[in-house]
Design a protein around this ligand. Structure first.
Ligand code: SF4
Length: 229
């Protein structure tokens, strides 16, 4: 259920209670004030775990028909750094966890080389269900699923967001510019700093050439993150 739908339901409930109980339940001024608060503010009372429970049965787009598991994301809900990828792959779909295939192992390795572990951060994707055959997410799937990411970020309130790969960067920045032109600059995503780097699967495609580039990006990202906390 979207934030707007929840607020409409809540609003109708408040109106109905007021009709029955009059001003004793809620007065006109309070009701009008409540209506000016964005629905997302009400949802921010929910914990990340409660949010996951509430949306885990999502059937908003057709990907619910082909998924094995809904992949919400994993990590520290109180972290200051969130990684955002494109969508679950085969292994992620089977396990219901993000970045557990080859890409995830590479990300773990690179983080470990800087003395970090993924457990310190939160990792999720734009889409929470796997597109069949790992095809690119379709625009309507992104439109329907992206608000879940917004709400995850609203609940975690990270100091820094890092998009992994072109799809995540292009969706979040609403652009078609390639990753190599977007990286190593700080963007604003819904009031939070966002850095762009490659997806680990890009690194795997040509390890000897691509790995040092990714490692260098990750070093700059972690250094920047440390400067923020
Ligand atoms: S991809 Fe997103 S919008 Fe589509 S069914 Fe899964 S959770 Fe819902």
């Amino acid at each position: 259920m979207s934030g707007d739908e929840i607020w409409k339901g809540l609003s109708a409930y408040l109106e109905a209670r007021r009709e029955i109980e009059g001003g004793l339940f809620i007065d006109d001024d309070t009701l009008e004030t409540l209506k000016t608060v964005p629905a997302e503010r009400y949802l921010s009372f929910e914990s990340l775990e409660e949010f996951e429970r509430r949306i885990s049965g999502c059937r908003k787009c057709s990907l619910h028909k082909t998924r094995t598991n809904f992949v919400f994301g994993a990590g520290d809900p109180h972290t200051g750094l969130v990684f955002v990828g494109e969508a679950p792959g085969q292994e992620e779909d089977l396990q219901g966890k993000p970045f557990v295939g080859r890409s995830g192992k590479l990300l773990d390795e690179v983080l470990a080389s800087f003395g970090c572990s993924r457990k310190e951060f939160f990792i999720c994707n734009i889409l929470k269900c796997r597109p069949p055959e790992n095809r690119k997410p379709l625009p309507d799937e992104i439109t329907l699923c992206e608000p879940y990411l917004w709400q995850q970020l609203e609940l975690i309130k990270p100091k820094l967001i890092v998009s992994l790969g072109g799809v995540a960067a292009n969706v979040m920045l609403k652009t078609n510019i390639a990753v190599y032109k977007l990286r190593q600059q700080v963007y604003n995503f819904r009031g939070m700093p966002l850095l762009v780097t490659y997806h680990p699967s890009w690194v795997i495609r040509n390890l000897p050439k691509n790995r040092p580039v990714f490692v260098d990006d990750m070093k700059k990202i972690l250094d920047y993150y440390l400067s923020l906390i």
